[in-house]
Write a protein of this length. Structure first.
Length: 299
């Protein structure tokens, strides 16, 4: 392996101006997912959403939501990503691999399956490989805490891509933590809210079957926000999964970027290999340099 090698994870599934401001203020997982995406479903049965009919007890609601959450040990999918940002319009194939609670990989392949960017996230840090410019970033989340004052963890990013409810900074949700959520069951959907240590407000919406329909994150001033919508639910291994994820950024109350992720060829609980080896000829740079290059078009 070349320099910067973190290692290889292999597992077998079982049954069971404006841009910089947004980067400072929004949760780090939002920034990471947008930046990196710049660069077969086993059945097509469509699943509808169900209106909320009657209120459930607080604990019973979250018990049901946890049981209904998409179950997998490994996950792989081919996606087509459409990005619309100020001055940029981009469409690309992006392959996604997840080893649950271990690693997540995004491989950006705009043309003929040739990889231009790769991003790997693990429990303690992340690596970005920019093959166009032969450079890479390898950082720990701890090293970035002073620059991005949010309670980000790998597990929160994993939850966004797998349609799961989450608590900022936590690996999982236990029954003892249900009381951290405020639950409102009125109208056709249920509203779930909580705040993190930096007073960012997280709002989740669920339908009458406790399927997660959206995640919305905003700062205290409500000027900057991330919205992650889940639609077009279809059955994957006997479970509903959103085949379209619509991600939107808002700055100063106005839309400032949108990313649509169309899923296909989903497989769960099959062997997945995540390789983070880096060629010796690649130059190590900082995360800030990667962000600057992607936002202003400079290397």
């Amino acid at each position: 392996m070349g320099k910067g090698t973190i290692g290889t994870i292999k597992t077998t599934g079982t049954k069971d101006g404006k841009t910089k401001t947004i980067i400072r203020r929004l949760p780090f997982f939002c920034v990471v997912s947008i930046v990196f995406l710049l660069a077969g479903c086993k059945t097509s049965t469509k699943v509808g959403t169900v209106n909320v009919v009657g209120a459930k007890a607080h604990a019973a609601f979250f018990d049901s939501m946890q049981k209904q959450a998409f179950r997998y040990e490994t996950f792989s999918a081919r996606t087509n990503v459409e990005l619309d940002a100020p001055g940029k319009s981009f469409s690309s194939r992006v392959d996604i691999k997840i080893v649950r609670d271990s690693a997540l990989q995004l491989s950006v392949q705009p043309l003929l399956g040739i990889e231009l960017f790769r991003a790997e996230f693990a429990g303690e840090g992340f690596t970005i490989i920019d093959r166009m410019n032969k450079r890479y970033v390898s950082e720990s989340y701890a090293a970035l805490k002073g620059k991005w004052p949010v309670a980000f963890t790998y597990y929160n990013l994993q939850a966004l891509f797998s349609n799961h409810l989450f608590i900022p900074g936590e690996q999982e949700i236990t029954p003892k933590q249900y009381n951290r959520f405020k639950l409102k069951q009125e109208g056709s959907t249920a509203e779930i809210q909580l705040k993190d240590a930096m007073q960012l407000l997280y709002t989740f919406m669920a339908d009458g079957e406790e399927k997660l329909l959206s995640t919305y994150v905003t700062d205290k001033s409500e000027q900057y926000a991330l919205q992650w919508l889940y639609t077009d639910f279809r059955m994957v291994d006997g479970q509903p999964f959103p085949m379209l994820m619509d991600v939107q950024l808002f700055g100063k109350g106005s839309p400032s970027g949108q990313m649509k992720i169309y899923f296909s060829k989903i497989q769960t609980n099959t062997p997945v290999k995540i390789d983070t080896s880096i060629p010796d000829t690649y130059k190590r740079v900082t995360f800030a340099q990667i962000v600057k290059g992607l936002t202003d078009g400079k290397k």
